[in-house]
Write a protein that binds this ligand. Structure first.
Ligand code: UT7
Length: 340
């Protein structure tokens, strides 16, 4: 007997986006003293003026649940219709069970495929690619894709290369069936020769069995800023060009550019290298959100659609890059703008 595939073959698109930013706004002025910096330096070198940090009363999955509820409601669905939960994050403080199963339990989603993706700041784009493949192949009908981080739990406030960059938040999209291509081919990859450029230290591997945990330092994020900057500007631009080409498009067919919000100078440099025309609307959510790793693209998408509702149905280039070093991108048709 030959195996048959009884799953429907179809296309997929993003049906809706949701976002949650923690209430506390942290201005540069709160951070500069400990790192001998200034509001002016941070704004000039990164574009960041404020960011949101969650307090001890709000966990990573609390934020993810809020963003997910919004995305599911905007998609016109109820939680029980979700059959896949993909959670992109690097700041869930437990090895197992996963963050995705926590969200599933709290939203009352039963029997859904649920797993976490650790692809750092490219995690959301990786997950959009996975969900697209799952919906297109019929493995899933409605996939909830979450990008969320509580990086403030993993920051060294005395580190001049990270303390003012990273921030907290959650974004989510629902990906479902479509009668036309709503998500183009994804490119996902890694450059493992630069594996140490961004890392949490000490890593779990340093927690040897039997070690005195109380005497072991809590992990914090470190990065070689310049190295990552150069890599992002040269290598990730090539990925963006390849994504556009693989989608059968020209840069002039792109209406919006929603890259990972790492540094506004990187964003500008990528747009220039990819020769995106001036008509392309560029997400600059970093200014008031900071770098939220896996959450940055869906948060930026939500804000961009609020500011430019006319982008609904238009093509946006998503481009993620980060620790690993990993990269990912695809062109997506933007969902409807959030209701005000
Ligand atoms: O999301 C994951 C991906 N991450 C990224 O893409 C991050 C990429 N990297 C960056 O965004 C930037 O490298 C940083 C924002 C981290 C640093 O900016 P930079 O322009 O690369 O600074 P730098 O390390 O080249 O330092 C330039 C100058 C130095 O002074 P001198 O030697 O020129 O006198 C540093 O001492 O700026 C000084 N400096 C600072 N000054 C004030 C370095 N850090 C700071 C600081 N505040 N925090």
């Amino acid at each position: 007997m030959t195996i048959i595939n009884s799953n429907p073959r179809r296309e997929a698109r993003i049906l809706a986006v949701g976002a949650h930013r923690p209430a506390r706004v942290v201005p540069n002025s709160e951070l500069v003293e400990r790192i001998d910096s200034s509001d002016e330096w941070i704004q000039q070198r990164t574009g960041i003026s404020t960011r949101h940090w969650a307090g001890p009363e709000e966990s990573l999955t609390d934020m993810a649940v809020e963003a997910s509820k919004v995305a599911i409601a905007r998609a016109g669905l109820t939680a029980d219709q979700i059959d896949t939960i993909i959670f992109a994050t690097i700041t869930y403080p437990f090895q197992t069970p996963s963050a995705s199963t926590d969200v599933g339990a709290r939203l009352g989603i039963e029997r859904a495929a649920a797993f976490d993706v650790n692809a750092a700041c490219a995690g959301f784009s990786y997950s959009v690619g996975l969900a697209n493949d799952m919906v297109r192949s019929g493995t899933s009908t409605y996939a909830l894709v979450i990008g969320a981080e509580k990086i403030s739990d993993f920051l060294d406030l005395d580190d001049r290369a990270t303390s003012f960059i990273f921030a907290d938040g959650a974004g989510a999209v629902v990906i479902g069936p479509s009668d036309h291509v709503g998500i183009g081919p994804s490119i996902m990859g890694s450059d493992v020769t630069n594996r140490d450029a961004i890392a949490m230290e000490p890593s779990w591997l340093d927690y040897k069995p039997g070690a005195d945990l109380a005497a072991t330092a809590w992990p914090v994020i470190h990065q070689e800023g310049q190295k990552v900057f150069r890599w992002a500007v040269y290598e990730v631009a090539k990925v963006g060009k390849e994504v556009i080409e693989k989608s059968g498009l020209q840069p002039s067919d792109i209406a919006a550019f929603i890259p990972h919000q790492a540094n506004e100078r990187i964003i500008d440099s990528l747009a220039k290298s990819m020769e995106l025309p001036d008509s392309v609307i560029i997400a600059r959510d970093i200014r008031t959100t900071g770098n939220t790793s896996a959450a940055s693209i869906p948060l930026a998408m939500d804000r961009l659609l609020t500011q430019h509702p006319e982008l609904h149905g238009k093509n946006a280039l998503l481009l993620g890059f980060g620790a690993g070093l990993v990269f990912s991108g695809q062109v997506v048709e933007l969902p409807p703008a959030p209701l005000k």
